[in-house]
Design a protein around this ligand. Structure first.
Ligand SMILES: Nc1ncnc2c1ncn2[C@@H]1O[C@H](COP(=O)(O)OP(=O)(O)O)[C@@H](O)[C@H]1O
Ligand SMILES: [Mg+2]
Length: 239
């Protein structure tokens, strides 16, 4: 079943078409990779889907319902959530408080405090941060701060999770752990779109990949098709 449908999505910044006529669909349960050079429009596409930006043209359907034009918190409560390329945690608040925010404000209905706390605890354990539960989130290493963001997103109980360069700046061991985490999230039944430059991760865990360049979708296919596409090699992957 289709969980997301994006049609003719377009966003201008002044004269620059950051995203231009982009069409694609996402099937429930898949891990979709989104790649392309810096400035290709990947983050802008996430901003358009999550409601942070309003498109100049085109539309986004989530579970068959038009969501473009809705506020981010409304879209989040419908079950579509994202993380940020540059971590947007609250550094002075504890790991638990950061994740509790997700559970309290991202839940579809009014959630009781105790229930929100349980959801937050579960998400913290799931990403492997129980040992850091009471520490200020800002005192954690980069990889753990990224896990706080993922836990906060999971605490909103999403059906579709969009990860923006979750693996940037991580060492090879941490990348391996992050890949496992993404697969475990998918195994919970959550559909994933991930923007990533770490090709090993993209090629290993994505069932399908979309390539953006200058705001346009230039290719779409399996990892095998993308890694052997002449266009993609020329524009992005290199020899
Ligand atoms: N808020 C903004 N205002 C003006 N230009 C922007 C804004 N956000 C992004 N851009 C521009 O849009 C283009 C796409 O950016 P972005 O979506 O961040 O690319 P990517 O995530 O693929 O690196 C870039 O040229 C960038 O400078
Ligand atoms: Mg980006």
């Amino acid at each position: 079943m289709q969980i997301l449908h994006v049609e003719g999505l377009t966003k201008y910044f002044g004269g620059l078409a950051a995203v231009s006529g982009v069409d694609f669909t996402v099937e429930e349960g898949e891990i979709l990779g989104l790649i392309g050079p810096n400035g290709a429009g990947k983050t802008t596409l996430f901003n358009l889907i999550s409601g942070t930006l309003v498109p100049n043209a085109g539309k986004v359907l989530f579970k068959g319902e038009k969501i473009s034009g809705l506020k981010p918190y409304v879209i989040c409560r419908k079950g579509l959530v994202r993380t940020f390329q540059s971590c947007k945690i609250f550094p002075e608040m504890s790991v638990f408080q950061n994740v509790l925010l997700g559970a309290l404000f991202g839940a579809p209905e009014n959630i009781a405090w105790k229930q929100a706390a349980d959801v937050a605890e579960e998400a913290i354990a799931f990403v492997g941060l129980s040992a850091f539960h009471d520490l200020p989130a800002g005192s954690l290493t980069l990889v753990n701060q990224k896990r706080v963001e993922v836990a906060r997103a999971l605490a909103t109980e999403p059906e579709l999770l969009m990860l923006d360069e979750m693996m940037a700046g991580l060492n090879p061991t941490e990348v391996g752990e992050a890949m496992e985490l993404v697969k475990r999230i998918r195994d919970r039944g959550i559909t994933i779109i991930m923007i990533e430059h770490v090709m090993k991760a993209i090629m290993n865990i994505c069932g399908r990949i979309i390539v953006l360049d200058h705001g346009k979708k230039i290719a779409e296919g399996t990892p095998e098709e993308i890694s052997t596409s002449k266009t993609v090699i020329e524009i992005y992957l290199g020899e």
